[in-house]
Ligand binder design. Structure first.
Ligand SMILES: [Zn+2]
Length: 112
């Protein structure tokens, strides 16, 4: 019963286009909030709200480094689920790597 409740919470967290984009980005490596903001074009308040849902479902974790909070995937099933759901479209997905330096971001990685 508890196991099914947890699974349902994971699917609820996944059932949102913005949260799927966040997970697809974090699949390629951790990123801080301002970096996700610059990369995905979401407002920070909106982003924090979506990240909180993902964190509550145990899908992402956060790590504070100075003034920045970095997010990463916490559940190894997420990449499997994303791959499964992408199916045939996988070949057409063209991600911007979170490791890329973004001109409109002020996180430590982009500034250095
Ligand atoms: Zn950045």
């Amino acid at each position: 019963m508890t196991e099914h409740a947890d699974t349902a919470q994971i699917f609820k967290a996944l059932a949102h286009p913005a949260r799927l984009r966040i997970l697809e980005t974090l699949e390629q490596g951790e990123a801080c909030v301002c970096h996700l903001e610059a990369l995905l074009g979401f407002r920070q308040a909106y982003l924090s709200q979506q990240l909180a849902v993902l964190r509550q479902a145990g899908l992402v974790g956060d790590r504070r480094e100075g003034l920045n909070v970095f997010y990463c995937l916490m559940d190894e099933r997420v990449p499997m689920l994303l791959r499964l759901m992408r199916g045939k479209e996988a070949a057409h997905v063209d991600h911007v790597s979170p490791a890329a330096v973004l001109p409109n971001c002020s996180c430590p990685r982009c500034r250095s």
